[in-house]
Structure formats: structure tokens, C-alpha cells
Design a protein around this ligand. Structure first.
Ligand code: PMV
Length: 333
């Protein structure tokens, strides 16, 4: 019997991943670019057992005091992923396992909880199978979990996921360590409700949107510009590109088959406030994933003012402040 503890961050994408060219290998149509989040992490503990049929999952929800057993879809995904990891790492036997997982933020609400969870599992399962794959392999394994963006939570800091030409070249790597740029992500929690349609399902229909080709075409220029803005630390240009990419992705989501409308009225209210704050000289830029909550990307010098401003806002029920963070780490084996 062995105990493995892992901690892994969620990440916020500046250039987003939406749509899969291969839904078995989880290959994206475009590269994406993200920052790991210091305040939004998943911690998992894997306890192995000699009985291979014993596979259990306990989750402690955000702000809850106790662990509850989780069955159904999430447990099935984990069992499937344990088998994927076994094959990927070239192992024959699988031990049984009991997993305990807890988040520092609400799950399935547009804060990439699947990225932190599955990247933590990729690292935890590797150790369970007594393997120490290099970062690139671990990132590929995390991608194969089904949550593609999990591959971006493996490397440190600011991370680029290259779409690659096949499974072995589609992985994420660090562009710069966390200390490279004093960026912040102030997450405004507007709701703790779990979204009804998850990204796994949403990716499948992305290509049905008339705007999808347009998005991929526009991304070529946006990616070139954001790389340059990042290298030169040109924050205003960087922020404008982050917002443009959010709007582009959500336009696709809304216009794909069975359109996905993740924004609520509160989301729009908060966006307007961010724009108004900018007019008054406090520079924050919005980014939104598959949920109604809003990420405000800003520099360290404006973080306090932005968090303070939204603290009393009627739409905001909680705020999570994030700095750039390292990727997945073993805490103890
Ligand atoms: O990795 P998935 O399947 O959970 O998809 C994530 C998609 C977005 O969060 C909406 C965008 C992104 O790049 O993180």
C-alpha cells in the first residue's frame, strides 16, 4: 500500500482551445496559451490497494467540510484514465485505488477544474505505476484524460500547447516561469452552479459554427501578436488580445449547433464594469471560459484595486486572487 499526494493548478487560457480535430486522441484545431493559477488548485491523494477491483473516489467540494463518495460519470472517467495511463506507461498490472480530491475553488463553473483535476491525476497515476515520465510525456498523458487543457497544467508558469501533427507532438511546454511577468487573474465568482453542458461535449460541435473557420483564420494573426506582446510585456495590447479571443470563442459557442450560452446577465454587467474601470485608468481585461464567472487579467499593481472594487459588487459572491504558478507537483509519496 502506498500514498501519493499531488497538487495541481487550474489554468486560464489567453488564447483558448475550442474544438477537437480528433476526439479520441483529444487533438485541438489550434495552439493555445495559458497561465497556471496559484489560488485555484486541486489536491488529490491516491491510496493504492492490492485489490485491483477496488476503485473509489471521494470528493470534498469547495467550502464543504467532509469528503463524499462520488460515483457515476466522474468515477467512470477516472477508471478509464487509469487504464489509459497503464497502457501509455507500458504497464501490465493495475493496483486498486482510493482517491480523495479537494479543490480551492468551485468546480465546473468556468475555472478549468477538470484541468487541475486531470493534470493532478496524470502525475499521481504515473507514480502509482512507478513511472517518472518527462514533462512532455506527462503533458501528453494529461491531454489523453479527455480534458485537453489539463496538458497545460503540467509545465510551470506561462504555457503554450502546440496542437502538433499527431498525438506525440501535441503537448504543452513552458514559455516562461511564473516570475517572468507580474500578471494576476482576479476571478469573480458570480455563481457556484455547475454548468449544464460541459466542454467535452461542447468541443464536438464547435466546427458546426459558421464562425469557426473565421476564428481559426483570425487566430494566426492573434497568436503572432500575443507572442510578441508577451515577449515585450506590452500589457495593453496583450489584454486586448485576451479579450478578443474570449469574444471570438464565445461567438463560436453561441452559434454552433445547440448553441452554448455560458454568459449570464451578471457576466455582462461585470464586463461593462471592467470596461468602465479601464476608462478611469485601472487596466483589467476580461476572460471567460465555459461558465458564467469572469476572470480579470491585470498587473500586480492593480490587483488590490480591482479586487476591492468588486468586493462589494452585488453580482459577485466570491473572489479568488491568482498569481502565475508552477504546474503539477508531487507533495509527498
Ligand atoms: O480541456 P477542456 O475539455 O475542459 O476544455 C477547455 C476549454 C476552455 O476552458 C473553454 C478553453 C481553454 O482553452 O481552457
Amino acid at each position: 500500500m502506498k500514498k501519493i499526494s499531488v497538487k495541481s493548478p487550474a489554468n486560464i487560457a489567453f488564447i483558448k482551445y475550442w474544438g477537437q480535430r480528433d476526439n479520441k486522441l483529444i487533438l485541438p484545431y489550434n495552439d493555445s496559451f495559458s497561465m497556471n493559477l496559484s489560488g485555484c488548485t486541486t489536491r488529490i491523494e491516491i491510496e493504492t490497494t492490492d485489490d485491483p477491483s477496488l476503485r473509489k473516489l471521494y470528493i470534498r467540494e469547495y467550502k464543504s467540510t467532509d469528503f463524499r463518495e462520488s460515483e457515476g460519470k466522474t468515477l467512470d472517467m477516472i477508471i478509464k484514465f487509469a487504464d489509459t495511463a497503464k497502457r501509455f506507461l507500458g504497464k501490465r498490472r493495475s493496483p486498486g485505488f482510493i482517491i480523495r480530491s479537494e479543490n480551492t475553488f468551485p468546480k465546473k463553473a468556468g475555472i478549468a477544474s477538470s484541468a487541475s483535476f486531470f493534470s493532478a491525476l496524470a502525475l499521481g497515476f504515473s507514480r502509482m505505476y512507478e513511472s517518472e515520465p518527462e514533462e512532455k510525456e506527462l503533458s501528453i498523458l494529461a491531454r489523453l484524460s479527455g480534458s485537453g487543457s489539463a496538458c497545460r497544467s503540467i509545465p510551470d508558469g506561462f504555457v503554450w500547447w502546440q496542437k502538433g501533427t499527431g498525438s506525440s507532438s501535441s503537448y504543452a511546454y513552458s514559455l516562461a516561469p511564473p516570475a517572468y511577468w507580474d500578471l494576476r487573474d482576479v476571478v469573480l465568482i458570480l455563481s457556484r452552479e455547475e454548468k449544464k453542458v460541459g466542454s467535452q461535449e461542447g468541443h464536438q460541435s464547435a466546427i458546426t459554427s459558421n464562425l469557426y473557420k473565421e476564428r481559426l483564420y483570425g487566430l494566426k494573426k492573434r497568436m503572432r501578436l500575443i507572442r510578441r506582446a508577451f515577449e515585450n510585456k506590452e500589457f495593453s495590447l496583450f489584454g486586448r488580445l485576451v479579450e478578443a479571443d474570449t469574444v471570438s470563442m464565445h461567438s463560436v459557442m453561441m452559434t454552433q449547433n445547440h448553441g452554448l450560452f455560458y454568459w449570464s446577465g451578471k457576466t455582462l454587467d461585470v464586463i461593462r464594469e471592467i470596461l468602465a474601470l479601464r476608462q478611469k485608468g485601472t487596466e483589467g481585461y476580461f476572460s471567460i471560459d465555459a461558465g458564467e464567472n469572469v476572470h480579470v487579467i491585470c498587473r500586480g499593481k492593480d490587483e488590490g484595486r480591482i479586487a476591492g472594487y468588486f468586493k462589494t459588487h452585488p453580482a459577485v459572491i466570491d473572489i479568488i486572487r491568482n498569481s502565475p504558478s508552477v504546474g503539477a507537483r508531487i507533495i509527498h509519496t
